[in-house]
Design a protein around this ligand. Sequence first.
Ligand code: PMP
Ligand code: GLU
Length: 397
Amino acid sequence: MIKLSNRIVNLNESDTLKMAALARQLQSQGVKVINLSLGEPDFDTPDHIKEAAKQAIDQNYSHYTPVSGYLDVRQAVAHKLKRDNGLDYTPEQIILSTGAKQSIANVVLCLVNPGEEVLLPSPYWVSYAAQVELAEGIATEVPASMENGFKITAQQLEAAIKPNTRLIIFSSPCNPTGAVYNKEELRQLAEVIVEHKDLYVVSDEIYEYINYVGKHESMAQFEFAKHRVITVNGLSKGFAMTGWRLGYIAAPLAIAKACDKMQGQFTSATCSITQRAAIAALTGTMEPVYAMQQAFRHRRDVMLDLLNDIPGFITNIPDGAFYVFPDVSYYLGKTDGDTIINNVDDLSMYLLNHAHVSTVNGQAFGNNKCIRISYAASEDNIREACARMKKYLALLY
Ligand code: PMP
Ligand code: GLU
């Protein structure tokens, strides 16, 4: 038996990726699985971005790039942050990485010492907790419930902060709940954070463009708090570029430099071709992005209508991202005469194995009453998936 490190033995597998893999495995056996587990747009990358990548190949952008990314791409990110978010950052404060996932991992590894604490307003995105554990930090949940719109309050945050709390990581729009913090709510959280020495916040804004309530609000907009904020964003969701792997941070200079050093030992830099295409994404037309956002909004409404028709599903209205996070606790303890549904993981597996619809259990996001259903799928698939879920859930008693 090969002796692996405790680090990897104790690491949880990503449940989002695990469910997607199980769905693919069933599909390869000829089962018609509808995959509503993986959070990725089903759209293709817009043409003008693809063209820029093709040109980059022909122009031989085939060499290592600076670790933090080409200067003109970081300038394009700075331009975007000013245009869309009113934020002033210099290119030196921007580090491009192999997806926002790596951007966040860099920050966690650069700020958190073993034994130090990271607060995760929950439900939170799966990989936050795993990355904190890899850094040997302590991930502590600050729970938000459906009744308060899956958002934490400044009072809750204040009460959760300890002397060794170094970081808070949250996403808005939120994966998995779709919750969107408004400007006043963000201001109140920022006011708490700045009162505590050495406390930073990762503001994960990867779903920025998939927002149904109006203008996106960035945590770093508050000048009094900007020195404590690491803004994370990327191309995966808004531009339908999950496979291209480009995420970035905009951060206080010392944190950006630390992440540059960290990444220099891990991945060097993200793909040169992707970086060239990023300029087209960040400075080109936003029409395709808005069209996708409109499509997601329509699908959300279709999905909510259909889920409201399933007995026992309690659902809030997500204001952004492309997930619904219904409370399904009504089904816990029920059985189809064969399988007992003891927890939300069992329910998610039941739906996969019987309805052939893949979802993700809420436990992966720190919530044991809900499951996550992605509506980044065609309307036909959404309709078919909801009909199948309804049919098989009705067999539970
Ligand atoms: N943050 C959140 C909240 C996400 O849902 C995801 C999912 N992809 C990421 C970060 C990472 O995105 P990527 O690495 O594809 O840029
Ligand atoms: N972020 C997406 C999700 O939550 C993609 C999978 C992943 O990176 O975890 O489904």
